[in-house]
Design a protein around this ligand. Structure first.
Ligand code: ATP
Length: 281
């Protein structure tokens, strides 16, 4: 905690009872200060995150099977890619298991929706990141009626069981739903169309999806109401300010890693004896 961030991010961003339609996407829960204070804090806290992640990785190398999995969901332009680049980008890439989930391939479609997800789970000691996830199967799939309601309806319970199994086997889930306003989304889409260095981020379908915002809001509401559990709660992240969303996710990850109470793994050799050997080598 610091003078600019005083309560745990997990408390400030907890989704319990929240109405998606009421989210103030420009709010900065947990943070007190100005943008420049936030940016300064982010640069300090990134170092704390990197040190904790190194400890997780070191323990993984010594057989610890615990891992942390950041699940990022959000409408187009919400900033999922920015979190991956700037938050996850501040830690040692060796210790990161990154997976992005787009439209399922023909092969993936032949399998249960969790099949491709299970294959991408982080190994022990890794910080996993899902850029989109199994939640697409109750979001885009539901909004566009890609499978019958009877199928997507049962997925909420399947997801809860799956995530319980995951947490019991040592994975801490940090589920973050990012929200930008429709106006902010328009601004970001416009930027992608006006700047050649951003064309690659644009898909024409992103504009069509804006018409479905009310249906997405309903789908996100049900997702929060039905899959925010004690073992795997959702965090709701107002994402109009990129610097804030990066700081908030950094805080959430630091908290998750601190809860693991990690120490440096003990040597499986005698350091003093090895030092003596080194002196004469
Ligand atoms: P992003 O918009 O995340 O930056 P992108 O535009 O590069 O990504 P991809 O990563 O190739 O596109 O795919 C993302 C698209 O895949 C999104 O439109 C998303 O809704 C869709 N998608 C993801 N999972 C599923 C799924 N299970 N069923 C159908 N569509 C899905």
């Amino acid at each position: 905690m610091s003078e600019h961030w005083k309560i745990p991010a997990s408390r400030a961003l907890r989704a319990d009872g929240l109405r998606v339609a009421d989210i103030d996407t420009s709010a900065k829960p947990g943070f007190h200060g100005r943008k420049k204070d936030g940016e300064q804090l982010l640069s300090e806290r990134s170092k704390v995150l990197a040190a904790l992640q190194e400890k997780l990785y070191a323990n993984g190398r010594s057989g610890d099977n615990r891992s942390v999995l950041l699940v990022l969901q959000g409408m187009d332009t919400a900033g999922k890619g920015g979190i991956v680049r700037h938050v996850i980008g501040s830690v040692d890439p060796q210790g990161v298991d990154h997976a992005a989930f787009g439209i399922p391939t023909a092969k993936e479609k032949r399998h249960h929706f969790l099949w491709r997800i299970r294959k991408a789970l982080p190994r022990g000691g890794q910080l996993g990141v899902f850029d989109r996830s199994h939640y697409e199967d109750v979001l885009v799939v539901r909004v566009h009626g890609l499978v019958p309601e009877a199928i997507w309806e049962q997925r909420y319970a399947e997801i809860n069981d799956f995530e319980q199994e995951l947490t019991e086997s040592g994975t801490t889930l940090v589920k973050v739903a990012m929200f930008v306003s429709l106006d902010e989304q328009k601004k970001r889409l416009r930027e992608r169309l006006e700047r050649p260095d951003k064309y690659w981020k644009f898909s024409p379908g992103d504009i069509d999806e804006r018409a479905y915002w009310p249906a997405y809001q309903q789908a996100y509401q049900d997702l929060l109401d039905r899959t925010s559990t004690g073992h795997a709660p959702w965090y709701v992240l107002p994402a109009d300010a990129k610097w804030y969303s990066r700081l908030a996710v950094t805080e959430l990850l630091i908290e998750a890693l601190e809860k693991l109470d990690l120490n440096w793994p003990p040597a499986n050799f005698d350091p003093a004896a090895e030092l003596r050997r080194l002196d004469t080598a």
